[in-house]
Ligand binder design. Sequence first.
Ligand code: DC
Length: 201
Amino acid sequence: MTFTVAVDGPAAAGKGTISRAVAAHFGFAHLDTGLLYRAVGARMLDGLDPVEAAETLQTDVLQRDDLRTPQVSEAASKVAAIPEVRAALVDFQRAFAARAGGAVLDGRDIGTVICPEAPAKLFVTASDTVRAERRYRELAAAGVETTFDEVLQATRDRDARDSARATAPLKPAEDAKILDTSQMSIDEAVAAAVAAIEARR
Ligand code: DC
């Protein structure tokens, strides 16, 4: 049996946490597709051409420990605007989505471009100040020196780039369930996501 759950939304809205919890709840495999773009961004910072980096991407690169740094976040958002980079990553994502036993993919264009036929689609969002606050706390806990204002500005810049790009811009699929987590605890958000997916099963 295949069953694809598409989870899209802006950075730090809670997509990753919700997707992991939903995958564990239903026993589905989970792919954080942002990691693919981060790996391409990291290889670009290493000096590779981004299109070549995407076309030759091996899954072991997803284990690099620098993929969550602010520098790689910015590079990922830039390479993600290149149509040839996106095209090179489509087959891997679709094959993952079609795996037996069910799959959860989280990203920006899963419900709109990668898996438009997915039976369950969520668009997880939150206000930019709430998302910047969450990201700031994560970075501070990881020992990264930054300020809330810097994180808020970076969040807004990344939102603008992800939403304004011509290829696969960030937007909810027409049949996506919108989940605004601004006022929700993690448990509440996960429960709402599980209920929305159950309704589509
Ligand atoms: O979800 P994230 O912050 O790890 O994503 C990193 C960057 O990759 C982000 O700027 C948007 C881009 N991305 C994308 O364009 N499409 C996806 N399916 C996933 C991520």
